[in-house]
Design a protein around this ligand. Sequence first.
Ligand code: DOR
Length: 404
Amino acid sequence: MTVFRNARIVDAAGERLGDVLVEGGLVVSVAEGGFPALPGSGGMLEIIDAAGRVLMPSFVDLHAHFRDPGFPEKETIETGLAAAVRGGYTAVNLMANTNPPCSDMKTIRYVREKAERTGLATVHQCATITEGMKGEGCGHISGLSGVRFLSDDGRGVADALALYRGMLAARDAGMVVIEHAESSEFSKIDMRLAEDSMTARDIELCAATGCPLHIAHVSTKGSAALVALGKSRGLLLTCEATPHHLALTDSTSYRVNPPLRTAEDIEALVAAIESGTIDCISTDHAPHTAGDKADGAPGISGIETAFAICYTVLVRSGRIGLPRLSELMSLGPARIWGLNRGLVKPGFEAELVLVDTGIESRVDPGDFASKGKNTPFAGMGFFGRIDLTMHGGRIVYDSKKEKP
Ligand code: DOR
């Protein structure tokens, strides 16, 4: 049994001051204004003084790369999950561009078992849309079990007919397709057209197949408008934005895919967050070695900095309230995933994070638990320090117990 006392409790439903009691992996009661007396528990009650701090549902990341199997020099399941809980995440959906790619149950089970052994967070391993991520063939989909998401993230599925067939198979199996909407023909000459044209095509395939479609890392004004239009047609369509596409313009020269865009694009993404077009924020955590980064590998090691960046850029700036950020980082992605998470409410899982929003911390990649130290945010200050992360009612990260 654990009780958080005098917390500012924030979730997608709003905020209130009070105590939260956790038992058996669930939130069992929330007392606005606090419990008149602490529940007795035969000395087994852990009391956490949360005064002055925010207690929120822990975060759900629909998009991360842990590189395992295949690239242990970049990240492993263990280091990725250690980074996740430091960032306040206790549910992570892993992309399938591993080596071998996750196209079969043997590889998927390898990830599941490793993740399970850490006990740190809930992990879902995506399977590829096309077999071996080769861009065609989706016969492997019928052999998958317990898979919720399919994705060839890292690249888009260039062949429209291959994606159409993959989406029909995914729909029949009750899966969601996550598309990296980028047409490789245009990437070399026009990265904006590459995203916008493939987003338009993918939305038409969503309409034609009836397969639920989630567009990864929406980064342009044009693709945000296409998603808004698709949603107005009643399609089974969701999308995400990343912290780095919300925080940085192309005046920062840092290679990430899709690329950093203009101030006008950021304004359109924030407006899409305000209007509800964007369902969630995902990290696209993409760790690389210093050598690979120097050789041009795209990506940001972002799972440890995501909340502070979003809190600072979206909430402290006054664009959205903290409950909306909670919805974007917890309830929204939990709904897409199908998890009973995202609210601090009796009956919901005790997946919680305690945050100090008054503390500004400088990003020091040397301090990351991730093996990827690749970040354009090094040295920058952000508010919103993660103090404690709880998964299944157990504390899986406590900043006080870690090295300073
Ligand atoms: O920046 C990126 N890095 N974008 C992607 O889509 C793939 C990712 C990676 O795997 O490194």
